[in-house]
Design a protein around this ligand. Structure first.
Ligand code: ADP
Ligand code: MG
Ligand code: ZN
Length: 520
């Protein structure tokens, strides 16, 4: 099979995403007051409404509508003031009502967009990018200094409800095939879900991954979901087709399911693009089908072939009146819009002077951003040092221990103080790492830790000079070699001095004295 770069030379990939997000931060379900709770005893959070008992009447959850309007405003959508709920009819045991309540042709949010800032290796996936200079435009993209910006249309975001959960017993890996019976848990049935559908505006797997990342950090910032791809509260289907370069008609698409990580989304689409190219180039045709991505084998396999359009007999829900949103309501939601990740990124660059990369990394995380802002209120002169500590120490610690910042003893005061101690040469950056570890474990103040451990960095030139001279005297052969041109040996002397001084000597001072002595 050809590789992605080769395929994209001859073919243009067209990608559109459908992304479901459970509104996990809400307290109750979409049309009833059953609580939303992960991991509860099965079938303990149900009622006549979410079980679809005859005569039970649904009532829309206003907090859920507020959440979807927030999502729409954050993604530049137009908010529709008049929309309706519909019944999407189908029969499956995880849906006791035999229909899903969803929205019709008009959703709460329509015609939005996100602008992706594509940088790094992903830029190379975009065909023709090398021929552009900064500021040039091509289709929906603009070339920039970091790569390119791509404007991706959002068709709609609509409100719907989740189904229950099936548990298949007796088969392999909980799959239905080979199972001897199945159980159903309706606790999840009726959980509010928003579905975002993009225009087929994406052209590379890297763009698709970035769209998903951008949307996820936006929704996390809004606080409307925990957006966990792992546990399935955020799920993405990728639609992809190919067309020969230059063609404007859409090819037949396949739909990929089970892309439960950013990497799988990227790799699944990349594989599928290459597979489609191989089929087309050998004279075959693409069948419209749903495929499943298998990360282990890095392949996609057929799940089901779509021969006819599904007929869900969509009709307006007779138990719910058309939904009208007032201007006052929309404006009140707009006022609640927090600063979004891309705005934060810009501010971090402009106000704190951070690099673009660091600003993106921090702005994508709500907790880290708040932490940075608090630290900057304490002392804004150490922005770069604080941001480095956040990225190199704090994030590493959080990932390794699988905890959130709030669950640790790390405080903005502590990090600022630590950065100060390194910046004014009280301790070396190496000692800083030890202090950080201690700080995380005990929650102690860095200056106190430094004092207790007797860690002060030695910058006393007299003291360091003595050690340097002793080591030089003990290694005449190496001094000779240095003088004969092996300048790299200064590293040996610095290392010996640092070792002798148990890592407490100021490396800058050691460096200078060693070089001075050797050059004498
Ligand atoms: P379906 O009815 O099969 O779900 P939709 O028209 O609802 O198809 O589109 C679903 C998603 O697929 C959207 O994100 C859309 O942008 C994308 N899409 C539609 N047609 C194509 C195509 N030919 N190639 C790639 N993506 C497509
Ligand atoms: Mg669809
Ligand atoms: Zn209920």
């Amino acid at each position: 099979m050809k590789d992605l770069a080769e395929v994209l030379n001859d073919w243009e990939a067209v990608i559109g995403l459908e992304i479901h997000t459970e509104l996990t931060t809400l307290k109750t379900k979409m049309f009833c007051s059953c609580p939303i709770e992960h991991g509860a005893e099965p079938n303990t959070h149900t009622c006549p409404v979410c079980l679809g008992m005859p005569g039970a009447l649904p009532v829309p959850n206003k907090a859920a509508i507020e959440s979807i309007v927030l999502a729409g405003l954050a993604t530049n959508c137009e908010i529709e003031k008049h929309s309706m709920f519909y019944r999407k009819n189908y029969m499956y045991p995880d849906m006791a009502k035999n229909f899903q309540t969803t929205q019709g042709p008009v959703a709460f949010c329509m015609r939005g967009h996100l602008t992706l800032e594509v940088d790094g290796p992903g830029v190379e996936e975009r065909h023709g990018i090398d021929d552009l200079s900064e500021g040039d435009t091509m289709e929906n993209i603009v070339k920039t200094d970091y790569g390119y910006a791509a404007k991706v249309g959002i068709t709609r975001i609509h409100m719907e409800e989740d189904a229950g959960k099936m548990i298949h017993v007796g088969g392999v890996d909980g799959r239905i095939a080979g199972a001897d019976h199945s159980l159903v848990d309706y606790n999840r049935a009726g959980t509010p879900l928003i579905e975002l559908v993009t225009e087929p505006d994406l052209r590379t797997p890297a763009e698709a991954r970035l769209f998903m990342q951008e949307l996820r950090s936006t929704l996390l910032t809004l606080g409307i979901s925990d957006c966990s791809m792992e546990s399935g509260s955020m799920r993405c289907d990728g639609n992809v087709s190919l067309r020969p370069r230059g063609s404007k008609t859409l090819g037949t698409k396949t739909e990929l399911k089970n892309m439960n990580s950013f990497k799988n989304l990227h790799d699944g689409l990349a594989y599928e693009i290459c597979r489609q190219a191989e089929v087309l180039e050998s004279g075959g045709v693409i069948r419209q089908e749903t495929r499943h991505y298998e990360p282990a084998t890095k392949r996609t396999i057929t799940m089901r072939v779509k021969e006819t359009a599904d007929d869900y007999r969509l009709f307006p829900e007779p138990d719910l009146a058309p939904y009208d949103l007032s201007d006052e309501f929309i404006e009140s939601v707009r006022k609640k819009l927090p600063e979004l990740p891309r705005q934060k990124k810009q501010r971090f660059m402009e106000d704190y002077g951070l690099t673009r990369d660091d600003s993106i990394t921090i702005s994508n995380d709500v907790e880290l951003s708040e932490f940075l802002d608090k630290a900057m209120e304490i002392d804004s002169s150490l922005a770069t040092q604080v941001s480095n500590t956040l990225i190199n120490e704090v994030m590493a610690y959080l990932n390794q221990n699988n905890v959130t910042l709030g669950e640790t003893k790390i405080t903005p005061e502590g990090v600022v103080e630590l950065c100060k101690l390194i910046d004014n040469d009280t301790i070396s950056s190496k000692q800083g790492k030890t202090v950080f570890q201690e700080m995380v474990e005990t929650g102690g103040a860095p200056s106190k830790i430094v004092e207790d451990k007797g860690m002060k960095q030695v910058s006393d030139t007299g003291l360091i000079e003595d050690v340097v001279k002793r080591i030089i005297d003990a290694n005449p052969d190496k001094v000779e070699a240095y003088k004969n041109g092996k300048k790299g040996l200064s590293g040996f002397f610095i290392g010996q001095v640092m070792r002798e001084m148990k890592g407490q000597a100021n490396p800058k001072v050691v460096n200078k004295i060693v070089t001075d002595e050797l050059e004498k």
